[in-house]
Ligand binder design. Structure first.
Ligand code: ADP
Ligand code: ASP
Ligand code: MG
Length: 437
């Protein structure tokens, strides 16, 4: 059996939903379908999830909800009409209920989830499949933490009852008291993986708008080559480091059950896309792919004889722990240590961080650099080939990019460099030219 997840661009309009249905009907094994909310139909379009979150926020400032929900309602009415199923789903009644639900919500999650819910309802009606609400099968703890094992139990029980076709909304679930909670953005990929594990699927097909996992972000590199095969570990590195074609947490449920993921293109279904498989794949390729993210800060801490000071690192890290802040990297020298932290983790707590570090370890020097980008060059092939790092550094120096930090994990699966945010695109293109083109 196959689990198929269709992303936002695949569900964006009546026309694209028809393509989705064609793909599903072309293979009898495609009986478990997970969908995203309608995404962008064109570049300037707004994703339904963004409109819903905006409606939640604006309504809290006093704007009447009905007007905020109207364009969202219109879009679903349009899709239902294009599919010829307007009589099968009572959209006015559902929108009335959604308006009340949003008004009563203390958190944005309920609002955010409604795009997936309606998208699944419409596709289920069009296909004649059963609609199974994600709140029945995906369970979160009251604090919003995803409860993986309990979810797997209840999802397996609920879904094994139906083998003639179900459509499930991605992105959300509920707590045991019935409150809707969502994953982080892009989380329908995680939902698809959860369903794949629950029904012990032979394969998890993730249908999107590109020909699989590409060697670099197509918004940065012109026409990057696709990656035919990828290991779970390479996927984890690339998706965590910013290749957002797949949510970085979607690997966990399928890894537990050794289920391969096939990333496919809804708009070019004959293209084989990318297969993501367990184990280390035997290839002669040196580099599998490149990914990166902007928005990091480095905090350099210098102190003579730091190495002899027992407990120095513990004291430093306890500052972060007290502020409930995680860090990304911690490269160190003889008398220096550098914390690399995401802007989103720092929030408004920079003063507290600096003050806490001064108090905890009394550094001789403390220097902050903001607007950094991290770039990961990933591939199992690097472990066997000397000279990869030097080629990478040469490629960057050739285009005048200054490297602010280097971190090569001992697994030799990746080399991460920090560069200034303004050099980000240039650096990715230089690495791509050196290793892939
Ligand atoms: P969906 O709505 O189907 O979930 P997403 O927008 O979440 O689709 O993910 C697909 C997009 O991810 C692509 O259109 C592409 O712009 C972007 N992307 C970033 N990095 C990569 C990469 N390495 N390979 C493929 N796509 C990538
Ligand atoms: N619709 C949600 C989002 O835009 C989840 C998803 O598409 O995976 O983030
Ligand atoms: Mg996505």
């Amino acid at each position: 059996m196959k689990v198929c997840k269709f992303g936002g661009s695949s569900m964006a309009s009546g026309e694209t939903v028809k393509r989705v249905a064609e793909i599903i009907r072309s293979d009898e094994e495609r009986k478990y379908i997970v969908v995203s909310a309608p995404g962008k139909r064109f570049k300037e379009d707004i994703k339904i999830t963004d409109s819903l979150l905006n409606a939640y926020r604006e309504s809290r400032k006093g704007t009447p909800l009905a007007g905020l929900l109207q364009p969202i309602f219109d879009r679903f009415v349009g899709i239902a009409a294009d599919l010829g199923i307007s009589d099968k789903v009572d959209l006015p009644a559902i929108f009335h209920e959604i308006e009340e639900g949003i008004a009563a919500s203390p958190i944005p999650d309920y609002a955010a989830a409604q795009g997936e819910r309606l998208s699944a309802m419409l596709l289920a009606a069009y296909l004649g499949y059963e609609f199974v609400d994600a709140r029945e099968i995906v369970r979160f703890a009251e604090d919003g933490q995803f409860n993986a094992e309990y979810t797997n139990d209840i999802a397996r029980k609920r879904l094994s009852a139906n083998t003639s076709g179900v459509v499930i909304p991605g992105f959300y679930g509920s707590t045991s008291s019935g409150m809707i909670r969502t994953f982080s953005r892009g989380g329908s990929d995680v939902s698809g993986a959860i369903v794949a594990r629950a029904i012990k699927a032979d394969i998890y097909e993730n249908w999107t708008d590109v020909n699989g996992f590409l060697t670099a972000d197509p918004r940065i590199v012109d026409n990057p080559k696709p990656i035919p095969e990828l290991s779970y570990r390479e996927l984890r590195e690339l998706s965590y480091m910013g290749a957002n074609v797949l949510h970085p947490e979607s690997i966990f449920p399928v890894r537990k059950a050794n289920i391969p993921i096939n990333i496919k293109n809804t708009f070019e279904p004959a293209n084989p896309g990318t297969m993501i498989l367990p184990g280390v794949l035997q290839h002669d390729r040196l580099i599998t792919g490149i990914a990166g993210k902007k928005g990091f800060v480095s905090v350099l801490i210098e102190k003579s004889m730091m190495n002899n000071e027992i407990g120095f690192t513990r004291k430093l890290l306890s500052v972060l722990e007290n502020l409930n802040m995680s860090f990304e990297h911690l490269p160190s020298g003889i008398d220096t240590m550098t914390l690399i932290i995401a802007d989103t983790e720092i929030g408004g707590k920079m003063q507290d961080l600096v003050g806490g570090i001064r108090e905890a370890v009394s550094p001789d020097r403390l220097e902050i650099q903001s607007d950094l980008a991290l770039i990961a060059t990933v591939g199992h092939g690097m472990a066997y080939k000397p000279g990869t790092a030097s080629r990478l550094f040469t490629a960057l120096s050739r285009v005048g990019v200054n490297i602010k930090m280097i971190d090569q994990g001992s697994s030799e699966l990746n080399i991460i460099v920090a560069v200034s945010g303004e050099d980000y695109e240039k650096a990715i293109n230089a690495i791509y030219e050196e290793f892939i083109n």
